[in-house]
Every structure is written in C-alpha cells, then in structure tokens.
Design a protein around this ligand. Structure first.
Ligand code: ADP
Ligand code: MG
Ligand code: MG
Ligand code: MG
Length: 676
C-alpha cells in the first residue's frame, strides 16, 4: 500500500464531477512513466511476499475472543522501536527465530480493517535458491515481532476472516454501537475500519456511487438441522435510521444466504500476495499472462474461508465476497436499468479476476481474448497517440472505465508528472487477481507483476510453501517458456468453480493440455530448456481443443500421479506442475540442503492437491462440525469461535518455538501432516 496522503477527501457527489479530471491526469502520468521505463532492461529477478494478519484478544479464561482495534497503537509501537529501524538491521528475535544476517527488519503496514496488520520482508528477495529458505524464518520473525509489540492478550493470527465478524453481540475490543454514517451497516460499526480518512471515504463513496449498500450474500451451508428455507436471523428489517435501511426490505437479503452489507466483510479478509520483478517489460507482460490461468487453481488450493458472520457458508474461499464488498456499480452499469447516465454495462466488480491478457506473445491467439471487454475508447486512443501498443493500451483503457473513488481536493491543483498519484488512484482500486505494476515515477525499480488470489494460511510453513511454489513455477515458466494460455473467460469460469465447497478435490478446472510450444515468444534467449519442450507445437486448430477439464490433483501432480492417465485420449497425459518444478530443479544447481527443504514445501502442495492433506477450509469446517457446541444448524457460536481461535494460536506458538504439532489432535495432522 502506498503512502497515505492527507487532505480533504471529497464526498461522492463532488468526487464524481472530478473523476474525468483524475483519469485524464492519470493517463498523462502513465504515459510519462511508460515512456521512461519501456526500455528498462536487465532488472534483477526480485520478488517479495505480503502476509496479512487479524489481531485478536484471547485468553483462556475469557469466554470470548474479540478483534482488537488497536492497529494504530501497534503500528506506533513498531515504529517507535529503534531496534526495528533500517539502520540497525534485523533484531535478534525474541521468540527464538534466527536473526537474518544484516537484512533490514520487516516492514509493517496498515490495512483496511482496524483489526488487521500487514507485514512484508525488509527488502525483496533475490534470485538465489538459498533465499527461498529465508522466507519461512522471516515470516516467523515478522509474527514474533508483531506479537512483541502487542498486549499480552493480543495475538496476530492468519485466519482469512474472523468467524463472528458482524455477529450480534460483542466482537471487537473496544466495542462500539453498530450505527455509523459511513458504512451505514446493520452489523458492524464504522470504527471497524482504519480511521484514516481514505478508508471511510472509500467505503462511503462506494456505497454512495452504488446508490445502496454493498450486498455481500454468501450461500449458507445446509446442515442436518439447518431450517430450510433459511432466513438470516441476524437481519433487522425494522431499522429506519438511514435511507439504506430500506435495502433489506427491497430484497437485499434473500433466503438461504448469509447477508452482509459493508466493505469490512470483504476487505477485512487476509490474503497472501507475491510480487515479482521482471527483467524488462516484455518479460513482465509474459509473466502476467502466464500466471493468470493459475489464479483460480491457487485460490482453490489455498481455500480457507468457510465461515461468515457466525454461520457456516457453502463456499470455501473469500474472493467473491471481497468482490461484492467493493462493488461500486450503479443499477445502470449492472444492467438493472437502461443506460441513461452511465456509459457502459459492466459485467464485473472492480475487484474481480482479470479480464484481458497483455503480452505481445505470438502464441496469444485472438480467440483467448474477451470480445466483450469494456474499454474507454478515448483513453485507449490517447494511449495509442502517446505511442503505447494496442494490447497494453487496451488493458489500461479497461482499468480506466472505473471512476476514482477517493479524491483529495488538494491533489487537483496542478498536474505533477514526477508523480503517479492519479494513475495509482485508478490502478490501485482495480483489484484484479493479477496486477501489472509499472515502475514508480522515479523509475528506480522495474516492471512488476503481482499474484493476488491466494488465501492466507494458518502457519508460516504453509505460507512459505505457497510463496516458494509460486516463485519456482514462475522460474519454470520463464526457463521452459511454458504456455498456459486458455480463453480468459474460461479463467473467469474457473474462478467461480474455485468457490465451491471442497473445489480442490471435487471440481474440475479448464486447463491447457500442452504447455510446451516450439514458437518462442522470447526469441531464443538462451535459457535452459528440457528435452520434452521439443515436442511438436500444438497444431493451430480450434481453441477448444487446446484445453480440457482437469482436477487440481492432475494439474499439480500430473496425470500419472493422479491416476487419470488412462482415462483420456492417448498422448493427452498432463505432466503436472510439481513434476515440472522438480525437473527444473534437477536441471539447475541446487545444493542438497536447499533441495531437501524445497522438497518439504512441494510436498505440502502435492498433498493438498491430492487430498492427502486438508485445506484450512476443510479443517475449520471439520473443527466446527465436531465441536460439542455445534448443533448441526450452521451456527458457529462464540464458544466454537473461541476454541477455534485458541487452537490456531496454539498451532502458531508451537510453530514459532519450533516444536512439532504432536498432541494438538489428529485433525491438525490432517491439515499439516508430519511436517516438522
Ligand atoms: P502493495 O500492497 O501495493 O502490493 P507492498 O509494498 O505492500 O505493495 O508489497 C509489495 C511486495 O513487493 C513486498 O513483498 C516487497 O518486498 C516486494 N517488492 C518491493 N520491491 C520489489 C521489487 N523491486 N521487485 C519485486 N518485489 C518487490
Ligand atoms: Mg501491501
Ligand atoms: Mg494488503
Ligand atoms: Mg499487494
């Protein structure tokens, strides 16, 4: 998250009148940096991860576990700690994690929820394989440092969502009455959000632009004793304080859905993101395209979100809930009313899977693109006139169909081309599952690509495993020049599929059959290539023949491992991403220790894909459904929540101390296996 400028944030009716202004200046800033940076070459292959935490208050003797709203105090305590300043280097960790050489200490960031925290490494990781082994220790160090700057009863935990956020009764510390002019929520107070003016304005202006509150409806899980049809018992139909209180009377809360009505229900979720720096813009655009089809697969594989507002949901991941929680589309844009004041019907929320490919790779067939992509033609023309190529101009002209939501009056006095603030205003509120990050205005770092769909995992071992897997698969893609292209609308469909309960085991996803192709997009860059890449290229036939439905087990582990090698036509075996990573590691020089540690990470991914280990979503579901205080009615009570969070804290403490997970129950072993 960028620096948070202070100023006068405009309310929506006024911000709307300046939207065009911000877009026009944003495009000028984009062209400025593009012209400066398009020829950048030989940037280092750096990468970095982002881990988000919920902060809870918990003690064995308290009946309740609560969300702590002390984000600002915790960040202040971290900022005041001299041992954490860049100059002194990383501290000797209080919790037994090893200090990392003389690396700068981790960086902590605010997030939307006042109960959240984000942490990144002190500097991005380099190209060395050995650095992959530092990630887990660094993540543990971050958690230990965060904990050391909290109250004794506060804990940073990595559940994606707090199970009882927005449930009746007390769920925050301190507690506030549920009534606020910004969110106008029935369920959460305005104080749930980071008080910096940017965040309440973001929430209020999204609501205002929509003309009603956001509608975050998640199908409830139907258990044996769940009344059916199910009516969300926490919805109050009798409120008359705000005009938006009519929403529920107008059908915002349909039967059989858990109903939520505020940005906090989505943006209050935690995720794991990875940013890669490419050597140049061409490689960056290639990485963006090739990682896109992997998004839904990694979303399903990291599933960790089965509970909302005190109820078991029938979905396993957070993605669509965030999408709905920041959906600012008007009834006209949604297609509910004929277009009169708005310019387009827009099929997706501004938080959604990405809608186009951006590379000039000759393997990108026009059929992979969405013919119905909505773009702003004037913006595209300006970019073309500024010298940008059609495909990249299309990408940005798509992002720029959105209005800027938060506008500071002070920023509109003068156009500053040494900044990218207006560009970033639009760019950073297009929350797609991949983000193409141009260099900053000073051109000091390279073109970057961010992989955003993964759910945060309970342990740092798992978070490190997924981060390392993404780094390795990215290296494999570049080294072998792999081709993952499928039509972008199939990626959308896969994203929906990833939401289904236990999608990782029970669903199939569209995936490309042959990842190898002779036609190189990189003009013989001399990278190492395995023998099997000299397979004949995919003949140019119907696009539909290039992909088929596969289980995640087959995608990750390969047809042979998944036992599907005989079920498909001869020669249609899929090699599997893990075997590809392994053959890559065989072809490069990795020392034995590093290789062994990497193998434990790959083993976790392999076992999650095969079902030998459970996803966090499955583990949480099982925990709830076998708890003595669960009555088969989909209700996740305070007692269950407390024990769940207690278990998560216990797992975390064991992990930081380097102790195993033995004695925490067979279920924890189903989640984490025999690792450690
Ligand atoms: P945002 O929230 O906008 O995605 P953050 O600063 O929170 O950005 O996180 C960006 C991630 O990118 C961090 O893990 C950071 O270490 C990493 N990073 C920073 N500079 C580079 C770079 N030049 N190349 C690759 N990754 C980088
Ligand atoms: Mg960040
Ligand atoms: Mg974040
Ligand atoms: Mg990020």
């Amino acid at each position: 998250m960028g620096l948070l400028a202070l100023g006068t944030a405009l309310d929506w009716p006024e911000a709307k009148t300046k939207a065009h202004h911000v877009r026009a200046w944003g495009i000028k800033q984009l062209l400025e940096i593009w012209n400066k940076a398009k020829v950048k070459e030989r940037d280092a292959m750096l990468w970095g991860d982002e881990v988000e935490y919920l902060v809870v208050t918990y003690s064995k003797d308290d009946p309740e576990v609560l969300l702590s709203l002390r984000q600002a105090d915790i960040l202040a305590a971290l900022a005041e700690d001299k041992s954490l300043s860049k100059e002194t280097g990383a501290p000797a960790s209080p919790g037994g994690t090893k200090p990392l050489k003389n690396d700068p200490p981790p960086v902590f960031h605010p997030e939307f929820g006042r109960f959240m925290l984000e942490a990144t490494p002190g500097k991005p990781w380099g190209i060395e394989f050995k650095e992959l082994l530092n990630v887990e220790a660094d993540m543990k160090l971050r958690r230990t440092i965060a904990k050391a700057h909290m109250l004794p009863n506060e804990f940073p935990i990595t559940l994606t969502t707090f199970p009882r956020l927005g449930s009746p009764g007390v769920f925050t510390e301190p507690s506030y009455p549920v009534s606020g002019s910004k969110l106008r929520s029935q369920f959460v107070p305005d104080e749930i959000a980071n008080p910096h003016i940017r965040f309440p304005t973001l929430a209020a202006n999204i609501r205002s632009r929509r003309g009603r509150k956001v509608q975050v409806n998640v199908p409830v899980y139907r258990d044996e004793a769940t009344p059916w049809p199910w009516k969300d018992p926490t919805v109050n139909y009798d409120l008359h304080q705000w005009p938006e209180d009519d929403d529920v009377r107008n059908g915002a809360a349909p039967d059989n859905f858990i109903h939520m009505d505020a940005m906090a229900f989505g943006m209050g979720s935690c995720c794991l993101q990875i940013t890669f720096q490419a050597k140049n813009i061409i490689e960056g655009r290639q990485m963006y395209d090739q990682l896109s089809p992997l998004g839904p697969i990694l979303l399903a594989l990291t599933a960790a979100t089965p509970v909302y507002k005190g109820f078991l949901a029938d979905t396993d991941v957070r993605w669509n809930q965030i999408s709905k929680a920041v959906d600012d589309r008007t009834p006209e844009e949604l297609g509910e009313k004929p277009l009169q004041n708005d310019r387009w019907r827009i099929p997706k929320s501004r938080y959604a899977s990405n809608s186009t490919y951006i590379s000039q790779d000759p393997r990108l067939r026009p059929e992979y693109l969405d013919p119905n992509l909505v773009i702003d033609n004037d913006i595209k023309q300006q970019l073309l006139d500024g010298g940008m190529d059609d495909r990249l101009a299309t990408h940005f002209a798509h992002l720029f169909i959105r209005d800027p939501i938060v506008i500071f009056n002070e920023d509109l006095q003068e156009l500053d081309l040494t900044k990218t603030d207006h560009f970033e205003n639009i760019q950073s509120t297009n929350w797609q599952h991949m983000r193409f990050k141009p260099p900053p205005a000073d051109n000091s770092i390279g073109w970057r690509v961010e992989f955003r769909p993964m759910e945060i995992q309970i342990t740092d071992f798992e978070n490190a495993a997924f981060a390392v897997f993404m780094v390795l698969i990215t290296r494999v893609i570049l080294s072998y020049n792999l081709n993952f292209y499928i039509p972008i609308t199939r990626v959308d469909e896969n994203m929906e599929t990833a939401h289904r309960r236990d999608a990782v085991l029970s669903e199939k996803f569209y995936f490309r059959r042959n990842l190898f192709s002779a036609k190189s997009s990189r003009g013989g860059s001399g990278s190492s290539t395995p023998r099997n890449s000299s397979r004949p290229p995919t003949p140019v036939g119907p696009v539909e023949d290039e992909y088929r439905l596969m289980t995640i087990n087959e995608i990750i582990n390969g047809s042979a491992y998944a036992g599907t090698d005989s079920s498909e036509a001869e020669g249609d075996d899929f090699p599997g991403l893990i075997p590809l990573v392994e053959s890559y590691l065989d072809s490069v020089n990795v020392d034995v220790t590093t290789r062994c540690q990497l193998a434990t990470y790959l083993d976790l991914i392999r076992k999650r894909a095969s079902g030998e280990l459970w996803t966090a979503a499955k583990w949480i579901r099982h925990f709830v459904q076998t708890h003595p205080d669960y009555h088969k009615d989909s209700v996740v009570s305070e007692a269950v929540t407390k024990d769940l969070v207690g278990k998560v804290i216990e797992i975390g403490e064991r992990e930081v101390k380097g102790e195993g997970f033995k004695g925490l129950g067979a279920e924890v072993e189903r989640l984490l296996g025999g690792f450690k």
